[in-house]
Design a protein around this ligand. Sequence first.
Ligand code: NAP
Length: 285
Amino acid sequence: MIFITGATGSIGSELCRSLAAENTPSRVVYRKEGQQIRFEMLGLEAVRADFDDADSMRQAMRGCDKLFLLTSPDPKHAEREIAIIKLAIDLGVQHIVKVSTANTNQSSTLAYARSHAQIDQYLRHQPIDWTILRPTGFMQNFLDYAHPIGKGILPHMLGDGQISYIDLRDIALVAKHVLTQAGHAKATYYLTGPASLTATDVASELTAGLGIEIQALNQSEVDTRKALGYSGLDAWHIDALIEQFKIGANGGEIDVTGEVERIIGQAPRTLTQFVNEYRNHFLTH
Ligand SMILES: NC(=O)c1ccc[n+]([C@@H]2O[C@H](COP(=O)([O-])OP(=O)(O)OC[C@H]3O[C@@H](n4cnc5c(N)ncnc54)[C@H](OP(=O)(O)O)[C@@H]3O)[C@@H](O)[C@H]2O)c1
């Protein structure tokens, strides 16, 4: 039985759909009333618990032998995920598959790169099987900019920096694969899309796919902070995003790796495919 955290989120929802399609015994954790219905309709078990309530997590995870670990980074990120790992090992879980992030090291200037690195290091030293997935920036992040994109502007702060964007549906496919197939224990996979792209390249793809002229607009840090301030994000997340953009602008992102195709046997989705599939979302905002 696979225990799935983050099931109501972006990657988790996709993972649940593909596990359910193969009738893989899985149990999801959800925390808000009503969220269980979609999982029950898929034929998955759903148990209500909160990551920060150890008793509820203990009850929910009991009897599972694999864990898909994904939580939302915040100042308690490392403490929270390490507590979930300890609990899983205590309950007899044999394999943990964790979603981390590509630019990860413990002295990073980026808060969630540091916390992911700390968790990854902890996990690697545990006496069970583990697989760490380190994806680059998600193509779906562009959906957060659907409104300006629909008006012809792609705001960014990346200069000429390149990012090998990945469609998060491919991360979910890799996760399903490593959770259900042998041969992925004690492995760290850097997951990228098929091309490293500048913001200008992305704007060209959007122009071609949406049929409207989109300009990449390189914003100052001050303007980016102002714009993020309207998004409802708190100061911790805004600081982290600004730092992430600076790393990207300074050429700090990883190259295309080819890991997705090697693991799942099919090429990762291109940005062209992504834009075509989400065309209506961009054009109706
Ligand atoms: N975005 C990127 O470009 C990028 C790139 C590389 C790596 N990553 C990593 O990817 C992960 C985010 O993946 P995602 O976008 O799929 O996540 P997401 O959509 O933000 O989902 C977060 C999930 O965690 C659940 N959750 C949060 N706090 C909880 C709590 N206290 N108790 C129970 N459930 C809780 C949420 O439940 P609710 O539905 O109830 O809120 C949701 O299911 C992060 O680790 C991030 O660092 C992101």
